[in-house]
Design a protein around this ligand. Structure first.
Ligand code: PBG
Length: 336
């Protein structure tokens, strides 16, 4: 071997360190911790509603009472909650319920902070679930092709953020991918007395087809076009680093890469470059693929899920957002 490392270390005796579970634990480099797994949840209007999401077995749209039960269970499992996604009563062209004081997310956060006060609650700041057209921003339809407007959208995002902070959200997670939103939201929060509320920025969010099942769950598929004018091109890694750098400059406290499994190189680059608290969102499609294969008996859900989560952590994620958070937390504890 001409590589220096092979000249220095005796490569022919690696298996000595793999002989028993105790030996393997002794030299294990990556450890999953339930406190670093975060459970996304969907909340909708009504009472005693627990509506299954067909493409995401084990995930439900919950009314507030059911949300509290699920959140209490997550807390008992040692898992934080979020991002919390609201499904509004009515959608319109200005996303009214996104920033309404009595919007579904605002009501849910108030109730969660009352009923499970120690649970960490992260909310999603975006407009797509609340827009009749399903896009993440305001739209100008005057030309031949509709344009998603950047700066006018920032005002609505800031209003949404303030309303979530006022309801008691512990961390705000903007997922819209408009330029300048972190700076706009940060200064709006600071000016409104919420200087202590942190921002987890969906900093490098790619225009991914892995979001398909989520859009069923949140009823947020765009009515026309796609999100490629605001979410990132999956081919770009250097641009992801720039996006993250901008968000850090604008005041992000935690930066996120999304999706996770197909973007491990981005997670690694982001963690290596900035050393910031780094989150990775293991998105709906990643979850559904494992569930579907497991339901067919083609793979083992438990070991494959833990292996996937491990790889995300190993790549550099400190925090992993995953629909498997509760199951994974319990598997990790049982394996210890
Ligand atoms: C909203 C949003 C999306 C997801 C999180 N926030 C969907 C999208 O951008 O279309 C996806 C989450 C998942 O797939 O699990 N902007």
């Amino acid at each position: 071997m001409n590589c220096a490392i092979f000249g220095t270390y005796p490569q022919h005796r690696q298996r000595r360190m793999r002989t028993t579970p105790a030996m393997r634990s002794l030299v294990r480099e990556t450890e999953l911790n339930p406190a670093h797994l975060v459970l996304p949840m969907f909340v909708k209007h009504g009472d005693k509603v627990r509506a299954p999401v067909a493409s995401m077995p084990g995930v439900f749209q919950l009314s507030k009472d059911e949300l509290v039960r699920e959140a209490q269970a997550a807390f008992n499992d040692g898992v934080p909650a979020g991002p919390l996604f609201g499904i509004p009563e009515k959608k319109d062209e200005v996303a009214t319920e996104a920033y309404a004081d009595n919007g579904i997310t605002q009501q849910a956060v108030r109730l969660l902070k009352k009923e499970v006060p120690e649970l960490l609650v992260i909310t999603d700041i975006c407009l797509c679930e609340y827009m009749s057209h399903g896009h993440c921003g305001l739209i100008d339809k005057s030309g031949n092709t509709p344009v998603i407007l950047n700066d006018p959208t920032l005002r609505l995002l800031s209003k949404t953020a303030i309303s979530h902070a006022a309801a008691g959200a512990d961390i705000l997670a903007p997922s819209d991918m408009m330029d300048g939103r972190i700076g706009a939201i940060r200064s709006a929060l600071d000016d409104s007395g919420f200087a202590e509320t942190p921002i987890m920025s969906y900093a490098a969010k790619f225009a991914s087809s892995f979001y398909g099942p989520f859009r069923d769950a949140a009823h947020s598929a765009p009515e026309f076009g796609d999100r490629k004018t605001y979410q990132m091109d999956p081919a770009n890694a250097r641009e992801a680093v720039r996006e993250v750098g901008m968000d850090i400059n604008e005041g992000a406290d935690i930066v996120m890469v999304k999706p996770a499994l197909a973007y491990l190189d981005i997670i690694h680059k982001v963690k290596d470059t900035f050393g910031y608290p780094t989150a990775a969102y293991s998105v709906s499609g990643e979850y559904s693929m494992i569930k579907a294969a497991a339901q067919n008996g083609w793979i083992d859900e438990r070991t494959v899920t833990l292996e996937a989560l491990n790889s995300i952590k190993r790549a550099g994620a400190d925090i992993i957002i995953t629909y498997s958070a509760r199951d994974a937390a319990n598997w990790i504890k049982a394996d210890r």
